[in-house]
Ligand binder design. Structure first.
Ligand code: G4P
Length: 529
């Protein structure tokens, strides 16, 4: 492959994730995106796929029972000559640290907002993660076929609560029963709304001049409302600016109705046009450009095989540079060992297949039996270790107890292996011999209990723990650290890498400690080494 061809392959990659609060319509939108991308033929298959996947193993029973998705996956499809990798992010009440970490592996994100609810809590938290890397985001305001907030209020809410400037790309005409469609401000096109839950609906009218009487014929008395809205917007709203979007300062906003496939292709067209191709990534020593020809990649997620007949794990590796070829030899940096990648897999919407070649931005899956961990780097030539795939501060904690003390060894092994997958973290308090689990979403605790029982034969139970969150304690000042450890010994623990962690009981205490100990940094994320 020539250098020019390789560069072209990089340029046409788009790797993004969708974030939203539960029920805003992420699953529905994902499905419609896959439908437009030709990756699935029939609406309903993403939900159906989720349902059938549940049946494949015992510990996934929990997921089935609750009807929500514990695991996330990668979906690949081609759209307008772009190779799109859509990284799914578990979004329900019980989402996990994986959700956060997936966002560190994407180049851009799509935010779905329910037009009746505006910005909700989980969207805000996920947006904080995007902000860590200034990830560019596109916003899709969903459910316009229902009565919702006035569109200007939604924009204001996004600006205020997500701290990002809004640039409307389209504008809705009415809502709920009176929803007639959207007007694309840049293409000067009217997309007319016709409800369809199963097929792609396109009904577009070009409008060169809003004064055109054609508009009155089509929209009746809503035409003047649209004219007034657009006039107001032209004076008051911010125009789209690609640079500001790429810096994560501005979000282009689209309106639509995912369930009716409305506004989805408009948004997807913009995504492939304006969303960034794979970006450079950082290692401990230097920046790596995706256009470098030597292969390199970093693991951002580990998933246990859901099929009980194959108890291995799949490591999700994002390619950061170079071309992946099947069977190539690479160096597993943490272990300092050469490995041959002969049966890596690629994730397609409904299937997986062996991958022959892949490019920066693509995600490949590598089977392993626990040798690969989150944050591991694989490189073809130079020794490089990627950073930027951290642990995130848990928001819920539980103490682990076992019913049978003779099972202590299995418990330790089980906890160590299961927490290596990254959805739950294991802490050891400084002053007690307890195992303390920390997670971003509480469902993860149930998953751990079920898997301890099924895979390690350990019956354990959990006790609530009242810690609010965790902060990694970092300082160069040894004397201050000693004083701090002495004073807060009851609220300190070590994570599985041996890092010191402060576990405040409440927000007031955290703030106070922050103020009282200026020599110490209290970090919300910690690099995995
Ligand atoms: P999530 O993944 O973000 O949790 O949301 P999901 O797509 O599952 O959508 C949540 C609910 O909102 C679903 O209804 C879905 O049908 C509905 N929905 C999604 N997009 C639209 C839209 O554009 N307009 C309207 N009116 N509703 C929409 P449900 O009753 O919970 O599920 P189901 O019975 O449809 O499966």
């Amino acid at each position: 492959m020539s250098t020019a061809q390789f560069q072209q392959e990089v340029e046409r990659r788009r790797t993004f994730g969708i974030i939203s609060h539960p029920d805003a319509g992420k699953t529905t939108l994902t499905e419609k995106i896959l439908l437009y991308g030709g990756a699935i033929q029939l609406a309903g298959s993403v939900k159906a796929r989720k349902a059938s996947r549940h049946a494949t193993s015992d510990w996934m029973e929990i997921e089935k029972q609750r009807g929500i998705s514990v695991t996330s996956s990668v979906m690949k499809f081609t759209y307008q000559n772009c190779e799109v990798n859509l990284l799914d992010t578990p979004g329900h009440e019980d989402f996990s640290e994986d959700t956060y970490r997936v966002l560190t592996a994407v180049d851009s994100a799509l935010v779905v907002i329910d037009s009746a609810k505006g910005v909700e809590e989980q969207t805000r938290k996920l947006m904080d993660v995007c902000r860590l890397r200034n990830t560019p985001i596109i916003t899709f305001v969903n459910k316009l076929d229902r009565e919702g907030l006035p569109p200007l209020d939604v924009l204001q809410d996004v600006e205020k609560r997500l701290q990002v400037e809004c640039a409307p790309m389209s504008w809705p005409i009415g809502m709920g029963k009176f929803f007639r469609g959207t007007y694309n401000l840049y293409r000067k096109e009217l997309s007319l709304f016709a409800a369809s839950r199963t097929k792609i609906v396109e009904d577009i009218v070009h409008i060169t001049d809003l004064a055109d009487s054609k508009l009155d014929e089509i929209l009746g008395n809503q035409a003047n409302q649209l004219r007034d809205d657009i006039e107001l917007l032209e004076g008051a709203s911010t125009p789209f600016d690609s640079d500001r979007y790429l810096m994560g300062i501005q979000t282009p906003v689209f309106f639509g109705s995912a369930i009716n496939s409305f506004g989805v292709s408009e948004m997807l067209d913009a995504l492939v046009e304006i969303a960034p191709a794979p970006r450079q990534r950082f290692t401990q020593t230097r920046e790596v450009s995706p256009y470098e020809e030597a292969f390199s990649g970093v693991v951002f997620k580990i998933q246990a095989n859901m099929d009980p007949a194959h108890r291995d794990r799949i490591a999700f590796l994002r390619i950061c540079s170079g071309r992946f070829r099947r069977g190539m030899r690479v160096r597993h940096q943490r272990l300092g060992r050469e490995v041959q990648l002969h049966n890596a897999i690629m994730f397609l919407a409904q299937d997986r297949e062996n991958v022959e070649e892949a490019f920066p931005g693509d995600i490949i899956g590598i089977h392993n039996h626990g040798t690969i961990r989150i944050g591991d780097s694989f490189t073809e030539k130079e020794d490089l270790r990627f950073i930027g795939i951290p642990n995130f501060a848990p928001e819920h904690f539980r103490k682990v107890h076992i019913n049978n003390a003779l099972k202590a060894k299995q418990l330790e092994k089980g906890l160590q292996q299961l927490t290596e997958e990254g959805a739950v973290q294991l802490f050891r308090p400084l002053n007690r011999n307890d195992y303390l689990l920390g997670a971003v979403g509480i469902l993860q605790f149930d998953v751990i209990l079920a898997r301890l029982k099924n895979e390690y034969g350990v019956k354990a139970h959990l006790e609530p723990s009242s810690f609010l969150t965790a902060r990694w304690v970092v300082t160069q000042n040894a004397e201050a650290l000693q004083r701090f450890e002495k004073k807060f010994v009851d609220s300190l623990a070590r994570d599985s890498q041996g890092n010191l962690v402060y576990l405040p009981a409440n927000a007031w205490r955290l703030e106070r400690t922050n103020d009282d100990w200026p020599e110490i940094h209290f970090l919300q994320t910690m690099e995995i080494n």
